[in-house]
Design a protein around this ligand. Structure first.
Ligand code: FES
Length: 141
């Protein structure tokens, strides 16, 4: 299966790439399957994600899914962002080849990790809200 036009477009012109100054939360996760790393920055005001950016050492699929994921959570509430699944991101990109599904999990988990950091910075235990950041299911197949 080849990459969809949307994946190629987000890979070629990724949105929201780069480091953020004074973020409200930063999350970093590694992909157990390939060892690649993703860092996600969030700016939160009144429970709304007003800005988001990412940096990754992941592959093209990781770049495209993170680009799309950042677009999907910008302007949303934290609750809405926590509900974003890698599946929804993949659907928005018209799918990924099966061997690349694990790459899309990086974005979902990095968002959760950044939200957890946001809560921790405010002295709030994130685990009841964010949950344990789960390992990628695709990585166990
Ligand atoms: Fe590592 Fe895609 S191969 S993120």
């Amino acid at each position: 299966m080849a990459y969809s036009a949307k994946v190629m477009e987000h890979f070629a012109n990724p949105r929201n790439v780069g480091e953020m100054k004074d973020p409200s939360g930063v999350g970093e996760v590694g992909n157990p399957k390939c060892g690649d790393i993703m860092r996600m920055y969030l700016k939160v005001e009144n429970n709304i994600i007003t800005d988001v950016s990412f940096m990754t050492f992941g592959c093209g699929a990781a770049i495209a899914t993170s680009s799309m994921a950042t677009e999907m959570i910008k302007g949303k509430t934290i609750d809405e962002a926590l509900k974003l699944t890698n599946k929804a991101v993949m659907e928005a990109l018209d799918g990924l080849p099966p061997v690349k599904v694990h790459c899309s999990v990086l974005a979902e988990q990095a968002i959760k990790s950044a939200v957890a950091d946001y809560y921790r910075r405010q002295g709030i235990d994130p685990t009841p809200i964010v949950g344990e950041i789960p390992e990628c299911e695709a990585c166990h197949v």
